[in-house]
Design a protein. Structure first.
Length: 220
């Protein structure tokens, strides 16, 4: 329930930020892009004059208040994960996987015994492509999007970090970048989904074995 409450608060903050952007755009003011939600208000204020600030101040105040509530709830969830769900510490060994993703993963999948093969978790979370097969025709389609939508979104966010400019070297990153190197926007999307799916499988393996995560097994 606390995870769902956090999700609702995050969704409300995103809506407020989008509303602020839209209102300012109508005044000819363009809000900063590609900034974290927690830094949005701080980055925006220096760009506004007094008139613009007075118009959107209620929205900015609400965004700051929501950010404070989200931070408070995240601290409680991190403590909950550490005390009641110590297996989350194994999953957090992977760079890009935080306490929220690790906790949501364990609470959603419940037990590693449900998955005889680690790769089964990819299909359970809807990150494998559907297929259209008829006779000699075998056409790959978009992913099934089965299972828990929020967990899938969290894993995709982790994949974006792993493949992004701040992602440290790892086998997950190398595999994803090889797919993205094929070129084009579709290749980048496939790389993100493939990395998220491989991340889910890797997390399942760590959960089962309790082993130490090696980002680059060959080098190790």
């Amino acid at each position: 329930m606390q995870l769902k409450a956090r999700e609702a608060l995050v969704r409300a903050r995103v809506n407020l930020i989008n509303s602020t952007r839209l209102l300012l755009k109508s005044l000819g003011v363009f809000a900063p892009s590609q900034v974290k939600a927690t830094a949005f208000v701080r980055k925006l204020r220096p760009l506004l004059d007094n008139a613009s600030t007075s118009l959107v101040e209620p929205l900015l105040h609400s965004i700051d208040a929501l950010s404070a509530q989200i931070k408070m709830l995240e601290d409680k969830l991190e403590e909950l994960a550490r005390i009641q769900y110590p297996d989350t510490e194994r999953l957090k060994q992977i760079s890009g996987v935080g306490p929220i993703t690790a906790l949501f993963y364990i609470l959603t999948l419940e037990s590693p015994a449900r998955f005889p093969h680690n790769r089964d978790v990819g299909a359970y979370l809807g990150m494998v492509p559907r297929r259209h097969q008829s006779g000699d025709t075998d056409i790959p389609l978009p992913i099934t999007k089965a299972g828990n939508t929020h967990l899938r979104c969290l894993l995709v966010n982790c994949a974006h970090y792993i493949l992004g400019p701040f992602g440290p070297p790892s086998a997950l990153r190398e595999a994803g970048l090889r797919i993205a190197a094929k070129g084009g926007k579709p290749a980048k999307k496939r790389a993100v989904i493939a990395t998220a799916r491989k991340l889910a499988v890797t997390m399942m393996a760590l959960w089962k074995t309790g082993s130490v995560y090696q980002a680059l097994p060959e080098a190790a």
